[in-house]
Design a protein around this ligand. Structure first.
Ligand code: AHM
Ligand code: MG
Length: 313
């Protein structure tokens, strides 16, 4: 018997929720079981792989494989696409452990994912999907377990994890309209390396906002959804060591930027990339493509978008 569409999605989500709980379990045991260190490998991003990065990737993959619903996975931890089930319905884009530099301090990290559907009308070409083709995206805070989930055109929702391991008390997340609580979140150490127009905007506007930066997209964005304002990771183009420039930004389009862009949109916000294009419209050319990002309250993001477009016109 064939499963209904809804049942297929529920089966997939059940595995994602279980994987998040398992990551939380390993995170909580990581210091005591000596899993906070590095594996001794460099990942496709040229970054050090932490033991917990690898464990989290394996846990999520195990769940996705078990679900039998997934055609292909793109993970921050694997250079190539991971083909799972040729009859699966979904494409998954995952950052199994975002903010790894927080692990050794026992500070929070996140698990980010985006979901797109296979081509149901004909042969699947395995093309890379833009964020506006995602049907859902989500983010778990670890170790609190708080789960934020966006369904395309269905809103952004937050669930708490009960003591007995159930996701409970769904609450709709809408970014606050009042600028009173708005915050800016960016790595201020990079300020002088940003494009001139971004530096100019920040110098003129920073004092209108509070400032917060945890150094983990999941953590910083989690907070921003509650308080409003803007998280930004602009391109680095004027570093005094030119080898450290990142003209396309640092964060990854498919499993970081597009994931938070959909969450933001469903919470009433907006996101643009380093060229001023809406993040959700960008069709990836490369699985691990980097992107600049400006995400948060719509009016703030539109304001910096206008500045970027004008400077590049
Ligand atoms: P990662 O741990 O998945 O590699 O994530 C990269 C992190 C993001 O979570 C965060 O926003 C950014 O890198 C912080 O970078 P920086 O230390 O340059 O401010
Ligand atoms: Mg990450």
């Amino acid at each position: 018997m064939k499963n209904s569409r809804t049942l297929n999605f529920i089966i997939l989500m059940e595995q994602i929720l279980n994987a998040a709980k398992s990551i939380q379990h390993y995170y909580n045991l990581s210091a005591i079981s000596d899993n906070i260190g590095e594996v001794g490998e460099i990942n496709v991003q040229g970054e050090k792989v932490m033991k917990l990065d690898r464990i989290s990737h394996d846990l999520v993959l195990h769940g996705l494989r078990e679900s039998k619903q997934v055609m292909e996975v793109t993970s921050e931890e694997e250079e190539e696409a991971i083909r799972l089930n040729k009859d699966g319905r979904y494409f998954l884009y995952i950052d199994p452990l975002d903010g790894s530099s927080n692990i050794k301090h026992s500070l929070p990290v996140g698990f980010l994912f985006g979901i797109a559907k296979r081509n149901l009308d004909g042969e699947e070409d395995y093309s890379l999907r833009a964020g506006n083709e995602f049907i859902a995206s989500g983010m778990f805070m670890i170790p609190s377990g708080i789960f934020t989930f966006a369904l395309r055109d269905g809103g952004c929702w937050r669930f708490l994890l009960s003591e007995s391991g159930q996701y409970v008390r769904p609450r709709r997340v809408v970014m606050p309209e009042s600028p009173k609580s708005w915050e800016l979140s960016y790595n201020v150490a990079n300020l002088s390396s940003y494009p001139d127009e971004v530096q100019g905007w920040l110098n003129a506007k920073t004092s209108d906002f509070a400032f917060r930066y945890a150094g983990s997209l999941a953590v910083d964005f989690h907070r921003l959804l509650n308080n409003g304002g803007m998280f930004l990771y602009p391109p680095i183009v004027q570093h005094k060591d030119p080898k450290k420039n990142r003209p396309d930004g640092k964060l990854r389009l498919m499993y970081e930027c597009a994931v938070v862009a959909l969450l933001a949109r469903e919470a009433g916000g907006f996101a643009v990339d380093h060229k001023g294009n809406p993040v959700l419209d960008v069709v990836p050319q490369n699985r691990h493509q980097r992107s600049g990002i400006y995400v948060g309250s719509t009016s703030v993001v539109k304001d910096i978008q206008a500045t970027i477009l004008k400077a590049n016109s």
